[in-house]
Design a protein around this ligand. Structure first.
Ligand SMILES: Nc1ncnc2c1ncn2[C@@H]1O[C@H](COP(=O)(O)OP(=O)(O)OP(=O)(O)O)[C@@H](O)[C@H]1O
Ligand SMILES: [Mg+2]
Length: 393
């Protein structure tokens, strides 16, 4: 069928033609943000899930919903090896500049910009990557201690007061939060704790790999009480069917139910894979309706595309020793696996593999669902590892 009108959208953070199965989470976020706006307590939301499950697009959707309801939004993606203060400072500055255009909030927002100047001045030795334009001179004693936890609290408090004056809610969206260092997470948690206690309208909606939950708990033991950690999983069969069928119907075409079922089965309902299969099924079909034979052809192309893209980019970042570790895991099946079993199949002891395992966790390739267990963060990665390293070497 015509590739130009192909509705499917495989990609990182690429909006799907139909955002299936996430209405409940959107509603949870809407309620939390609306409660904060009214000065009522609500937990910040941290959505955790495997690679390609749809965290980023859900965050984007929640941001659109929040903006439509009048909230002021800040969006950050935490890349590896950037500090949180460096990511936050320019965005907080823009938010404060926006708030300073509001007559009622102007004075407090300007105080916020002074706090930001103090914050940046005091922390730029420790966080050399901070780069931000400064609009005001610092106010001595305001957010300029040089201690991140203390200064971020002070800064958030002024920002929160400015948002309150402007009758708005500041929603902080942070993607890939698992890459933020634990000390910086601790400062973020403390700052949000403080604004929560003062009933100031700031709320965090974050997303990250499943290890985020443990990292937040390590950073501050009370994080569990301050945040909800909804798990973003694969779609249910019904939602996965909708993710495939709806966009096709919207293009006035059709797919046979058996063909949809085949896609759902092969993708296990994982959103990224649904988009990839949907795209190839459409392109393989000569005419509507898309049938099972089209899906069989599409499967070959979809797997090849994943092997060259989604899986491959992650594989390329691995050292030979890390590849051997993941290949040993893959030999044991989809997982999770006991770290002892992985070590045994490599003929090594668990301790000596500790550094490799930690590196793989830092790179976001694996995580530990329970103590002593190891699982892939990329769905179906075990099958890929067996394909790309067929003889286990
Ligand atoms: N609910 C959904 N229904 C249909 N397709 C979806 C859904 N959520 C995400 N997708 C599609 O899945 C793909 C991956 O989405 P996204 O980049 O948001 O995942 P992610 O969890 O952020 O992945 P990563 O961990 O790699 O950042 C995109 O092509 C997107 O269009
Ligand atoms: Mg993402």
């Amino acid at each position: 069928m015509d590739p130009i009108s192909n509705p499917f959208a495989p990609g990182a953070g690429t909006r799907p033609p139909a955002l299936a199965g996430r209405d409940e989470l959107r509603e949870t976020a809407r309620i939390a943000i609306a409660r904060i706006a009214r000065g009522r307590p609500a937990k910040s939301l941290l959505m955790v899930g495997l690679r390609g499950v749809g965290k980023t697009v859900l965050l984007d959707q929640i941001r659109d919903d929040a903006e439509a309801s009048g909230a002021d939004c800040i969006c950050i993606e935490a890349p590896e090896k950037r500090s949180l203060p460096a990511l936050l400072a320019p965005q907080l500055r823009l938010a404060l500049l926006r708030l300073s255009r509001n007559d009622k909030a102007k004075a407090v927002a300007q105080q916020g910009l002074r706090a930001l100047a103090g914050f940046v001045g005091a922390l730029k030795i420790q966080f050399a990557d901070i780069e931000v334009g400064l609009d005001f001179d610092p106010e001595p004693g305001l957010a300029d201690n040089g201690d991140l936890e203390h200064d971020l609290q002070a800064l958030f408090e002024v920002v929160g007061r400015a948002a309150a004056e402007a009758d708005t809610t500041l929603v902080l969206f942070i993607d890939e939060l698992q890459y933020v260092a634990e000390a910086e997470l601790a400062a973020l948690i403390t700052a949000l704790h403080r604004t929560g206690q003062r009933q100031l309208p700031i709320v965090l909606v974050g997303a990250g790999l499943p290890q985020l939950r443990g990292r937040m708990g390590n950073a501050k033991s009370y994080a569990e009480r301050l945040f909800d950690f909804p798990f973003i999983g694969p779609l249910t069969d019904r939602d996965a069917e909708q993710a495939i069928e709806q966009p096709i119907l919207d293009e006035r075409a059709a797919i046979e139910p058996e063909a949809t079922a085949k896609i759902v089965e092969q993708t296990r309902g994982y959103p990224y894979f649904l988009q990839e299969w949907g795209k190839h099924a459409w392109d393989c079909a000569a005419q509507s309706p898309i049938d099972c034979a089209d899906v069989d052809n599409a499967s070959i192309l979809a797997i090849a595309a994943l092997d060259e893209g989604f899986f491959r980019v992650r594989f390329d970042r691995l050292t030979p020793a890390e590849r051997r570790y993941l290949r040993a895991m893959a030999a044991l099946g989809p997982g999770p696996h006991r770290s002892g079993d992985i070590a045994e199949s490599l003929g090594r002891d668990v301790q000596s593999l500790g550094p490799i395992r930690s590196k793989l966790i830092d790179k976001g390739m694996i995580w530990s669902p329970h103590h002593g267990d190891t699982a892939f963060t990329v769905p179906l990665f075990d099958e890929f590892m067996r394909r790309i390293m067929p003889d286990g070497q």
